[in-house]
Design a protein around this ligand. Sequence first.
Ligand SMILES: *Cc1c(COP(=O)(O)O)cnc(C)c1O
Length: 240
Amino acid sequence: MHKIDEKLADVTARIMRAAQSAQRNAADISLLAVSKTQPAERLREAYNAGARRFGENYLQEALDKQQELTALNDIEWHFIGPIQSNKTRAIATHFSWVHSVERLKIARRLNDQRPAELGPLNICLQLNIDNEPSKAGVTLNELTTLAGQVAQLPNLALRGLMAIPAPASNPEDSRRSFAQVAAALKQLRQSHPNCPLDTLSMGMSADLEAAIAEGATTVRIGTDIFGPRPNAAAANARSL
Ligand SMILES: *Cc1c(COP(=O)(O)O)cnc(C)c1O
């Protein structure tokens, strides 16, 4: 297995190449290192190789790692997993971004519980772009209403959309879904000119090229930076 610094360099090179083929500026695409189930030491390795933005899915696991890594105080923490209402206070306090907002109740709690001194919490609404019953996120139909409501919450900055297309054997097959997410963001920008809607959080290890071709501004990469996830079952159990 390659070391994290080599893997991170490979992923960064893929992002550059994908930006080039899409005639986009690579500086407009940022990498979120998805570190769920990885021990703090692996995050530290990624940090030493240059990663500064980390995405976590399970609250307790993330808080433990944040504690271990407090010395690395320029890490930007993103919450990207499902959110239960009893977890909103800790999420609003310990993260800069939340990519997985799909309900007004959760958005209101994050808004009410965001410590004022931290400034607005950056929010992406999760879109279930392929209408999969098993997947989190609002449908395109529900998006307009939820975005309108979240846009009015003063302690949240509505930054954009996050989506995970249906599994595809060929990542190119996801391009249509990614394009629909991009179109939805464009529409939101028109209806909410006062919101800083600049973020398309889409693309993972298998399909970052397709996502970048359709306008992704944040790609969320786990496996291709850290390798296969250890212990996923144990981490899931801890988070319950
Ligand atoms: C785990 C996860 C990722 C990373 O997936 P990889 O295929 O390992 O790159 C990205 N986004 C979300 C929401 C995830 O839960």
